[in-house]
Design a protein around this ligand. Structure first.
Ligand SMILES: *Cc1c(COP(=O)(O)O)cnc(C)c1O
Length: 453
């Protein structure tokens, strides 16, 4: 039977059926029981209504969705997650998820190995926010009352987390490429050594707005001299360490990530996972002591490590670990492998789009992207006219099914004089398919420019 042309994969649902059968077989020795009866018609009515409501979304899976950081999970992740949901394990304690805890430990060890870490402490979290919270919490436990520094382009979560943890936070200036300015940092470190002191510097490897990579080699030199804790927020960019087509500065930064004290990376950003999957890693496993607690009712089934003994979150989705493990089995985290090639395709797409933008007289692209995020301002007599034109082009592109994003960025990123910011266009080319869609994207953009006037 020839299947009609559709956008979403449904063929793999047969594989899910086979996997649930296999799971079921493991429990065959139990006495038969009668699950509560299902009213299939009621289920169907409501599920179809939910599907109808879900049509009100941008088509995140499609290459013409080239806006925010949204990437469809790999089918294997979707299927493994759905299969695991029949058990719904909780990776807090081995009592709640024996198999999925083992899979989490294996999958996290594979992530740590990307940074050369064999011995470490780490686990999955609900996302990058919580992973960064744990990293800064540990930093605060080691140096109570001292400051946290991150760049002005670091994710806003760092200043908010610092306020939750009651740690003082300061933002450090960036260069024209959106990377932390080492001279500005050093000035603060000098001041800091007089005042309360700086406990922690957050290096962002792949900023959320522009994919800029902080200069880690220079930060490590400063760490030698000023002795602070260095945390790498690579929630977005971490996996790019596997890509073979980075520029020399980004390459040099990723190559030294293993020298940081802690690392955050989000499998639900570039790791092909559904939301609910972040990861935090600590180079010194002894920081596990800070997590110690005495739960009167949790850890009885085994003397082995229960992940809840080294996490701040209590209940965590075991299904997320199963999905990650399965994805890494299919697409191992290795240089030159298929997973790495997908990231290389994204970066190639970003470079190609950047080159195209330079040929459009209305556009002022930022410097060449370091990862797969492209930003560009629109020409205008004033900053407000340039911002208004960008918004208009954004809308006209969306009418033609091309979904971009807008970002408020420093004018100097685009070679525009003056202080302050401008509303610019932004495109995150996270899907490998984007490589083949740069032409169509550029064509729609040209139409949108024409229409926006
Ligand atoms: C996305 C992101 C975060 C926040 O992570 P969530 O998974 O959205 O909670 C933190 N830092 C960076 C650099 C990010 O890109």
């Amino acid at each position: 039977m020839a299947s009609a042309k559709t956008q979403l994969d449904k063929d793999s649902l047969a594989v899910l059926r086979a996997a649930v059968d296999r799971l079921d077989a493991g429990f065959a020795a139990l006495p038969q029981y009668e699950p509560a009866a299902l009213d299939a018609r009621a289920l169907e009515t409501i599920l179809l209504e939910a599907a109808q409501r879900m049509q009100d979304n941008f088509p995140y899976f499609h290459p013409l969705y080239a806006g925010q950081m949204l990437k469809p999970p790999h089918p294997i992740a979707r299927l493994a997650y759905a299969m695991a949901m029949y058990i719904n394990p909780n990776n807090h304690a081995l009592d709640g998820g024996r198999a999925s805890s083992a899979l989490e430990k294996e999958a996290v060890a594979e992530i740590a190995a990307m940074f050369g870490w064999g011995e470490f402490l780490g686990h999955l979290t609900s996302g990058g926010t919580f992973a960064n919270l744990e990293a800064l919490w540990v930093a605060g436990q080691l140096a109570p009352g001292k400051k946290v520094l991150a760049s002005k382009q670091a994710h806003y979560t760092h200043s908010r987390i610092s306020s939750v943890l009651r740690l003082e936070f300061e933002a450090v200036a960036c260069d024209d490429l959106g990377r932390m300015d080492l001279a500005a940092l050093e000035a603060k470190l000098k001041q800091g050594s007089v005042g309360g002191g700086v406990a922690t510097v957050v290096a962002t490897l792949g900023t959320t707005a522009t994919g800029s990579v902080d200069p880690l080699p220079g930060l490590l030199d400063l760490k030698e001299r000023y002795n602070f804790r260095l945390h790498a927020d690579a929630a977005y960019g971490g996996y790019f360490t596997l890509a073979g087509n980075l520029g020399p500065e980004a390459r040099a930064a990723f190559d030294r990530m293993g020298e940081c004290d802690s690392i955050v990376i989000d499998p639900h950003k570039h790791g092909l996972q559904p939301y609910g999957c972040g990861c935090v890693l600590f180079r010194d496993a002894s920081v596990g002591r800070f997590y110690k607690h005495d739960s009167p009712y949790t850890y009885f089934s085994s003397g082995d490590l229960h992940l809840g003994e080294i996490t701040l979150e209590c209940s965590r989705a075991g299904a997320a670990a199963v999905a990650l493990w399965a994805t890494q089995k299919l697409l191992p985290l290795e240089k030159g492998g298929e997973f790495a090639q997908r990231l290389e395709a994204s970066r190639a797409a970003a470079l190609a789009l950047h080159a195209k933008l330079q040929t459009e007289p209305s556009f002022l692209p930022a410097s060449a992207p370091e990862l797969d995020i492209v930003t560009w301002a629109v020409r205008g007599k004033t900053a407000s006219e340039a911002s208004a034109r960008a918004r208009k082009i954004f809308e006209e592109a969306a009418k033609r099914n091309l979904h971009l994003a807008l970002a408020e960025l420093p004018r100097r990123f685009f070679g525009l004089g003056g202080q302050g910011t401008v509303t610019a266009l932004r495109s995150v080319l996270m899907k490998p398919e984007h490589k083949d869609w740069v032409e169509p994207i550029a064509k729609i953009l040209a139409e949108a420019v024409e229409k926006a006037g």
